[in-house]
Design a binder for this molecule. Structure first.
Ligand code: NDP
Ligand code: X2W
Length: 316
């Protein structure tokens, strides 16, 4: 593409949309087009702009994302490429899952795709930990898995931010306790699990940041691996990755969720006790970074074939 590619961020004033704009603020290689505020939910205005841009980033509730996807279907070959940040299309086989580090060749699949579905924040951490273990055969697909996670409250979008700003919620809560959280299908599918994992999310009184942890009884795994074998499988999978790093798990250390805020980084650690034959896999990320807008900017770079910095620009 020789001219500057253009995008339309549908839902640009929401939590995810604003963060994408901020990450692209200093970027000269992508032109951002908008529609007037009062027309932002008008399908005909959207359709007209969709005819003029190369890609649309959907930062909308699921219903809004499905509406734009159906406009794009009607447009046929004239439709722009779509990158959907919502949950609407994540396990739809006609969409490519937007986790470039998923497996060998996946970044190239994203680069070539017409429709890409950006991952959920929690699945980003869990899939990053589990996929290399199922792919390498260390973890059987039907192994019982439980995923625990804590998120900053921006993960709940404008409505949850308003609740915390108003001081009407306590400092911490578990949720998803009906075991029907919307992230479980993508987490199961892309981790390569045949047995539905148990997922226990929670929110703390901090705006941004996330930890995802997965405890494992190593004796129950067929090859009875040591913690170091798990770490070696993760290291082999992510060697050379710009954004995903495998770091030593130092027992006794405290791990806090906010350290990667503003970045597009994802850190993976294996904590283990050889004596007790136990391990805990932990992912740390910014829920608005690699968990949402950073990942979206990374995917846009692949889709449009331009160099992007998926991290927030550092304030001068
Ligand atoms: N926050 C997060 O960490 C993550 C969010 N996501 C997903 O991204 C999407 C957006 O979430 P988030 O940014 O948090 O949500 P927000 O509630 O913060 O923002 C959504 C924005 O979309 C606007 N909007 C709603 N319906 C339409 C429509 N039909 N057309 C145009 N604009 C519309 C809203 O405007 P108004 O308020 O005026 O209705 C609002 O500005 C969701 O699907 C969410 O699941 C994905 C990953 C992480
Ligand atoms: C704290 C909180 O409420 N988090 C959101 C998920 C945030 C996220 O990744 O969202 P999407 O799947 O919408 O993209 C939730 O649990 O529904």
């Amino acid at each position: 593409m020789s001219r500057t590619p253009s995008i339309f961020i549908d839902g640009e004033s929401g939590t995810t949309g604003l963060q994408i704009r901020a990450r692209l603020a200093n970027h000269k290689g992508i032109e951002i087009r908008s529609i007037p505020e009062e027309k932002r939910k008008d399908p005909e205005t959207k359709r007209a702009l969709m005819e003029e841009v190369d890609a649309v980033v959907l930062c909308l509730p699921d219903a809004g994302a499905k509406e734009v996807a159906s406009i794009a279907r009607e447009m046929g070959a004239k439709a722009p490429r779509l990158l959907d940040a919502s949950t609407a299309h994540r396990v739809d086989p006609e969409w490519v899952y937007g986790f470039p580090e998923l497996t060998k060749g996946h970044a190239e699949r994203i680069a070539a795709a017409r429709r890409v579905s950006n991952p959920g924040c929690y699945p980003t951490g869990a899939i990053a930990l589990l996929r290399p273990l199922t792919e390498s055969g260390i973890l059987p697909a039907d192994f019982p898995i439980a995923v625990n996670a804590v998120s900053g409250y921006t993960g709940g979008g404008k409505s949850m931010i308003a609740e915390f700003d108003a001081g009407t919620v306590g400092p911490f809560f578990l949720y998803g306790l009906g075991l029907e959280h919307k992230h479980v299908p993508e987490l199961q599918l892309y981790s390569g699990l045949s047995r539905r994992p148990i997922f226990v999310p929670s929110v703390g009184e901090f705006a941004q940041g996330m930890l995802v942890s997965i405890p494992l009884h190593l004796d129950a795994l067929p090859g009875k691996p040591a913690p170091g074998d798990l770490e070696a499988a993760l290291t082999a999978h992510y060697t050379g990755s710009e954004w995903v790093k495998v770091l030593p798990g130092e027992g006794g250390a405290r791990l806090t969720p906010e350290d990667l805020n503003g970045s597009n980084a994802l850190e993976l650690r294996v904590y283990g006790s050889a004596a007790h034959r136990q391990a805990v896999l932990v992912a740390r990320l910014d829920n608005l970074g690699k968990g949402a807008s950073g990942a979206a900017v990374q995917n846009l770079g692949l889709m449009l074939g331009v160099e992007v910095d998926a991290a927030l620009p550092v304030a001068a």
